[in-house]
Design a binder for this molecule. Structure first.
Ligand SMILES: [Zn+2]
Length: 588
């Protein structure tokens, strides 16, 4: 990989680091006799996320559920398999129980989580292990996370105020990618009463081990309605994506890790005659308007130590890449640059945000211990990095939140960005001999984003009074929305639609599993005075989540709220170019 210039404002970065260095971390070990706090499961926090959109027949799961964990035929011969020996570890999740043939079931997972909360064993240092209820999957399976903290007050607002960084670990958004979920059970055990406990002096940890239990149950990628949860983080159509948004909105994690698995044979064998090689594929957020210090910290504080940890365990790693499902298309792309995946949307909340993928899709339980060990190794590294940089991370978050807010009414905002076409030599495996097989591929690099469309960054957006669906979803993401108290005028720009066509959302794999298609509009902006009625809305960009609001509200992208009919049309919103001087109140 050629190095790329982050174009970091080195002086400010040095300042941030220098400031961070001034504060000594509190690493005093807790007294062994400290009281144990075992919290009862929390009542479900009030959900302000949007209402569930009823699925339509076209949203039926695209994969046929196959409950067995083992493919009918071995995916490759012994020479390839020999490249992936089991690591000398012993994990204790239900899937690894002697005689267990599948993966940990939803019922087994629920039981395991409750045992970590209720088992009553001593947890030194006053660790609270709390079960968080985040609603239910589309088929009614509870969506549950564990909170691990040593803060005295354990409600979300107190944790945010207390100033210890929170790390959120998410597994199995895609139901047929089980290793992340099994690994998070291991991580949860280690946090509750194992080697990771001492890190809780410096960080809080949220573990959402199974974000898509319906897909896990049926061994399919998407959610029960057929919508891909990991393309739904801006739109929030599914309760599964809403649950993650709720955690991120309420706990403001500074680090978010999203654990997946990738296709090992399948279309790679068809396109290249190869089998996939890397134990881990890793990528951080790469999308338009991402603060550059987030990228810098992701690389230096997290990815480099993670690669070193994996290497120490004899595990290989590469940037995350994928290829389309069109067999004739030989291009390979790094993970997408659109603001729809968990990785990119979390990045736009100013979190360090990583996708970690192991080689698991389509090979059943083959190499399961190694896949789980890869995730455990990577996530353990992340937790250590977060603890090592706890103070730096809080300063970075504050700095970036302020920096993003301060950009309102100034400069340019990127409306759409894309990857840079290049070439790359990828190591794969010869499907028969198992030997390394380098292939040169056309490679869309997300490391260098190209601006495809940009506009002057407004001060905020006006939304018509009847656009409550959009307001609910923005607030579900944590975006501040205000309401116009008295009728007034705002100086700004309206959008004029100059073309429209029906389309379907696309990503680097091909068509996104979604519902209903999109309306792709082209617009011009027209300077105007906006008559803001009482009860209409204002989304200020002088807020930390401004870049998320831009992703949702600039209308002419496939992910926008206009394209996805969450806003009723381009005339239902406008760009506000001077800070409004009319009375605005918080949305009740
Ligand atoms: Zn996935």
């Amino acid at each position: 990989m050629t190095s790329f210039d982050l174009n970091v404002r080195a002086r400010a970065w040095s300042l941030a680091i220098a400031l961070a260095g001034l504060v000594a971390c509190s690493t005093t070990p807790p007294p062994a006799s400290a009281p144990v706090v075992i919290a009862k499961p929390a009542a479900a926090p009030p959900v302000k996320a949007p209402e569930r959109v009823a699925p339509t027949p076209s949203e039926a799961p695209i994969s046929t559920p196959t409950p067995t964990a083992t493919p009918a035929q071995p995916p490759y011969g012994p020479a390839v398999a020999a490249r992936f020996p089991d690591p000398p570890v012993n994990y204790r999740t239900p899937a690894f129980e002697p005689g267990h043939r599948g993966f940990t079931s939803n019922a087994e997972l629920q039981s395991l989580l409750r045992n970590l909360v209720h088992d009553g064993r001593a947890t030194p240092g006053g660790t609270t292990v709390m079960l968080l209820s985040l609603g239910s999957s589309q088929s009614g399976v509870p969506l549950e996370a564990l909170l691990f903290t040593r803060n005295a007050e354990v409600d979300a607002a107190s944790l945010v105020r207390a100033g210890r960084p929170t790390v959120l670990l998410i597994g199995q958004q895609h139901g047929d990618e089980p290793a992340g979920s099994e690994a998070l059970m291991v991580i949860a055990q280690e946090l509750a009463r194992g080697a990771l406990q001492p890190l809780l002096d410096r960080v809080n940890v949220l573990v959402l081990p199974r974000a898509n239990p319906d897909g896990a149950q049926g061994n399919f990628r998407v959610t029960a309605s057929g919508i891909d949860a990991n393309r739904d983080h801006l739109l929030l159509k599914t309760p599964e994506a809403q649950a993650q948004a709720q955690l991120i909105r309420d706990y403001r994690p500074v680090v978010v890790i999203d654990a997946h698995e990738y296709t090992v044979v399948g279309r790679y064998l068809e396109k290249f005659g190869t089998v996939q090689r890397f134990d881990a594929m890793v990528q951080y957020a790469m999308t338009a308007n991402l603060p550059e210090f987030i990228t810098k910290a992701s690389e230096e504080w997290f990815r480099q130590p993670m690669l070193a940890s994996l290497k120490r365990e004899g595990l290989t790693a590469e940037w995350y890449y994928t290829t389309s499902t069109d067999i004739a298309d030989k291009k390979v792309s790094m993970g997408g640059t659109q603001p729809d995946t968990g990785r990119n949307v979390s990045g736009l909340t100013n979190a360090i945000s990583f996708l970690i993928e192991t080689r698991g899709v389509g090979i059943g339980r083959l190499h399961l211990k190694r896949r789980v060990h890869t995730h455990v190794t990577a996530m353990t590294s992340v937790l250590h990095s977060a603890a090592d940089h706890a103070s730096d991370l809080m300063k970075l978050r504050q700095y970036v939140d302020n920096e993003v807010s301060a950009q309102a009414c100034q400069g340019e905002a990127v409306v759409e960005a894309g990857p840079t076409p290049s070439e790359y030599v990828l190591l794969m495996l010869d499907a028969t001999s198992g030997a390394d097989k380098p292939i040169t591929v056309a490679w869309d690099s997300a490391l260098a984003l190209r601006t495809l469309k940009s506009r002057t960054r407004p001060c905020g957006y006006w939304l018509a009074a009847d656009q409550t669906d959009a307001v609910l979803r923005l607030r579900g993401l944590g975006v501040l929305v205000q309401q116009v108290a008295d009728v007034g005028v705002m100086r700004g720009e309206t959008y004029r639609e100059v073309a429209r066509e029906a389309g379907v959302r696309q990503d680097v794999r091909g068509t996104i599993a979604d519902a209903g298609g999109v309306v792709l509009v082209q617009v011009e902006t027209v300077p105007t005075l906006i008559d803001a009625a009482a009860g209409s809305y204002y989304v200020p960009l002088d807020q930390p989540l401004a870049n998320l609001a831009i992703a949702a509200l600039e209308p002419d992208t496939q992910n926008s709220y206009v394209s996805n009919r969450i806003l009723s049309g381009v005339t239902s919103e406008a760009r506000v170019m001077m800070r409004p001087e009319i009375k605005l109140v918080a949305v009740p």
